[in-house]
Design a protein around this ligand. Structure first.
Ligand code: PMP
Ligand code: GLN
Length: 382
């Protein structure tokens, strides 16, 4: 039968993790920690199971978790969401993004994405029958180009997807950039899907600019985040959406027929764990130390370091390497690096619809220091 997604294959993250396993490479490709989460979090979930929190929770999520999420957003970003009508717990950010798109976008609409962008956005939009409008981030710096975004807006634009801190580049939007977006959208009805999964990985002196801080944006935004990133539990697949009540009502219409609700014991465990802000407050310092270790080591290699303002990703340019490596496509280079040097990376071309190749690859540094040192030892051979 005709494919709904004829241009889609297996995600690059799955492909590179399989190749890394096959060649026993250090896997700095797919973004996930190689260390475990806080045992207290595991205890909280097993306690919840033993306390019989094992049946369906309310459709939008366990109330205590929604309260904790609303409390965190209010404390950090100064905007109070109503836990009953404006917060929904989702099966990771991935489901949240798809559900947000499905509930507001349809055939004839246009949705703006800023490339490079996370690989699920474009297929999600295509599934609705809407058109994808690709706007490049500024080459080299990966900063938003508001002239280009303004030129891409049309009467058919239904939504724009933004992502700060940005996967893959680590760029963190400034207050001035958020303000520019707010001003640009003010005369329009365009919705914002704000992917903020790396909100707790922003390195000093910068701070995370949630759309929640900008009333004109908050009023038109779905804010999406993920506990997987924040608490080192990517396999739990629990995230959330915060959005004004009218948007949340539409979101929940789709959510209830998509997953209906998300597993109960993890929500109860997360709700208790969130009572202590220390784990997410301390996360930037934790990851900044890993970033600095990794960047210092890469300084002794032939890779050219790009900035890393946030996320747990470090991008490097491969143009300083010898031939033939530097002349390979990014994708072929990543395959070669995995097979021959024993370190897996992700080509940036995977984040572009047209496979744009700028000779930049992404490493994930959410790894034990010893893992990072092992990878650096191998990369120094280049
Ligand atoms: N958005 C971005 C930018 C991501 O990097 C990820 C994780 N790879 C997701 C969404 C999906 O998050 P989750 O694992 O919670 O579904
Ligand atoms: N978000 C992770 C990354 O960018 C991977 C998630 C996935 O494998 N789908 O590496």
């Amino acid at each position: 039968f005709p494919s709904r997604l004829p241009n889609v294959g297996t995600t690059i993250f799955t492909v590179m993790s399989a190749l890394a396993a096959q060649h026993k490479a250090v896997n700095l490709g797919q973004g996930f920690p190689d260390f475990d989460c806080d045992p207290k979090l595991v205890d909280g979930v097993t306690d919840a199971m033993r306390a019989a929190h094992n049946q369906y929770p309310p459709m939008p999520g366990v109330p205590a978790l929604r309260e904790a999420i609303a409390g965190k957003i209010a404390a950090l970003y100064g905007h109070t969401y109503d836990a009953n009508t404006e917060i929904t717990v989702t099966a990771g950010a991935t489901q949240a993004i798809l559900t947000a798109i499905l509930c507001c976008v349809g055939p004839g609409d246009e949705v703006i994405v800023l490339e490079p962008c996370y690989d699920s956005y474009v297929p999600n939009i295509e599934l609705t029958g809407a058109s994808v409008v690709r706007v490049p981030l500024t080459p080299g710096t990966f900063r938003p180009d508001f002239d280009k975004i303004a030129a891409a807006l049309s009467p058919r634009t239904r939504a724009i997807i933004i992502n700060t801190p940005h996967n893959p580049s680590g760029t963190v939007w400034t207050p001035a950039e958020m303000q520019r977006l707010q001003d640009l959208l003010a005369p329009t009805n365009v919705l914002v899907i704000s992917d903020e999964v790396y909100e707790h990985m922003v390195y000093a002196p910068l701070q995370h600019e949630s759309v929640a801080r900008y009333p004109g944006l908050a009023a038109r935004s779905f804010i999406i985040s993920s506990f997987g990133k924040t608490y080192h539990v990517t396999g739990w697949k629990v995230g959330y959406v915060a959005a004004p009540a009218a948007l949340t009502a539409e979101f929940r219409k789709v959510h209830q027929f998509c997953v209906f609700t998300v597993n109960t014991p993890m929500q109860v465990g997360l709700a208790n764990y969130m009572q202590d802000p220390a784990p997410y407050v301390q996360l930037p310092a934790f990851y900044a130390a890993k970033r600095d270790l990794f960047r210092a080591g890469l300084g002794h290699t032939k890779f050219r370091l790009l900035p890393c303002e946030g996320t747990y990703f470090q991008c490097v340019a491969i143009d300083g390497l010898g031939v033939p490596e530097r002349d390979l496509s990014e994708a072929d280079f990543c395959q070669w690096l995995t097979r021959e040097i024993g370190v897996a990376a992700i080509p940036l071309s995977a984040f572009y619809g047209n496979g744009f190749d700028q000779k930049v690859v992404r490493f994930c540094f959410a790894k034990k220091d010893e893992t990072l040192r092992a990878a650096l030892g191998r990369l120094a051979r280049l």
